[in-house]
Design a protein around this ligand. Structure first.
Ligand SMILES: Cc1ncc(COP(=O)(O)O)c(C=O)c1O
Length: 392
């Protein structure tokens, strides 16, 4: 029976945090109060203007497929958003509406990767992205990065790791799990370096709306010849609607259109109509308040984790994660995360989920819960660490 399973499945890793989440749920069933800081999902619900637009679509009952590339109206709104937010013009023909950034990555990789190609990416990094590369029998080449390069790739690293099999580079800015942004000048240099090698550049901008003290930016500023992934999931608070977008270099639009027709037929119609309301002023005001709330949570959490003795060498500029070094407390962050869950009911994600480089020294804290709950988590964490120090 075993050889009926594709060989590539051996290379696709599970998300360790899902096991931890399952254990957290079991504990909750037993009546324990669990503080969830492991989940990469905003605690804020879908904003009302978006909900209303989705409900209106369903109420009128005509919920057929849209065109494969996505509603023209929505693509126009996204193009306007790039103009207003980034002063960047994008042709609507280059915009594809997809089932999340996940669907966008699937299209970008299917259109570009051949078996045995290598794609360079950072370790630590969002694990699903590298598993998508495996799906095409290509190889994710993980480049170890640390605080010295803001846990991000640089043009120099791209040059250093480029080999005859390298097809291109995938960068994520702001990053999951570190929340760090590739500085503008460096992003420009990466674009130039990849172009020099005639490679492809995929830029995961899923967390672009969620920046703190950093102006909005996009790799499109440096080249039209990049694939941009983005999503309504995180900043727009629409995770479960499954909708995002892909911006495609002109040379690839007809290939990506063929793929989107075949792979998805179309993205969910109610989700697309709901997303039409996402860029309206009343909705953007709600999102702006949420961004400010995330920023406050970040400040508080950084302050408290540093006080407890975690090391956070640099302040992340985006997303809703802190990647904290816990080497002063443990040499096994996976075990630490499990023990913390069992004894204190605080769920965080071990570094192991994001790669192998120094993974055992790191924990990812998602500040996707209220400041009050974060404060409660800090109290429990402090108790846990003190008990550990006392050898209890
Ligand atoms: C960096 C990054 N890219 C892509 C995704 C996928 O997001 P979605 O498919 O919900 O748009 C996530 C989700 O956590 C992520 O963290």
């Amino acid at each position: 029976m075993k050889n009926r399973i594709a060989q590539r499945m051996a290379e696709i890793n599970p998300f360790h945090v899902m096991e931890l989440l399952q254990r957290a749920k079991e504990l909750e069933k037993q009546g324990r109060d669990i503080i969830h800081m492991e989940i990469g999902e905003p605690d804020f619900k879908t904003p009302d203007p978006v909900l209303r637009a989705g409900i209106a679509c369903l109420a009128q009952g005509d919920v057929g497929y849209t065109e494969a590339q996505g509603l023209l109206e929505l693509r126009i709104k996204i193009a306007q958003y790039y103009q207003e937010c980034y002063q960047q013009s994008v042709a609507v023909e280059q915009i594809f509406i997809t089932p999340g950034a996940s669907g966008a990555l699937l299209l970008a990789l299917a259109a570009t990767l051949n078996p045995q190609d290598h794609l360079l990416m950072a370790d630590p990094g969002y694990p699903c992205n590298r598993n998508f590369v495996q799906l095409f029998d290509a190889t994710p080449k993980l480049i170890p990065v640390d605080a010295e390069t803001r846990y991000q790739l640089t043009a120099e690293l791209v040059q250093q790791y480029w080999c005859e099999h390298t097809k291109g580079v995938l960068i994520t800015t702001p990053s999951n799990p570190t929340g760090t942004v590739i500085p503008d000048a460096e992003l420009g240099r990466i674009v130039v370096q990849v172009a020099k090698e005639d490679g492809i550049l995929v830029v995961d901008e899923t967390y672009q709306g969620l920046l703190y003290g950093h102006p909005p930016t996009t790799a499109l500023r440096y080249s039209e010849d990049v694939f941009i992934l983005n999503s309504f999931s995180k900043y727009f608070g629409m995770t479960g609607w499954r909708i995002g977008w892909l911006i495609v270099p002109k040379a690839f639009t007809s290939s990506v259109l063929k793929l989107s027709q075949n792979l998805f037929i179309a993205t969910s119609t109610p989700a697309q109509y709901a997303a039409l309301a996402a860029f309206e002023d009343d909705n953007m005001r709600i999102l702006e308040n949420r961004r400010l709330e995330f920023s406050k949570r970040q400040d508080y959490l950084i302050h408290e984790l540093l006080r407890l003795g975690f090391k956070i060498p640099l302040k992340p500029e985006g997303a809703f994660y802190l990647y904290a070094n816990c080497a002063d407390f443990t040499d096994d962050s996976f075990k630490f995360a499990y023990e913390l869950l069992e004894s204190e009911g605080v769920a965080v994600t071990p570094g192991k989920d994001f790669g192998t480089f120094q993974a055992e020294q790191y924990l990812r804290f998602a500040y996707t819960t209220s400041i009050e709950r974060i404060a409660e988590a800090i109290g429990r964490l402090e108790h846990f660490i003190n008990q550990k120090k006392e050898g209890v």
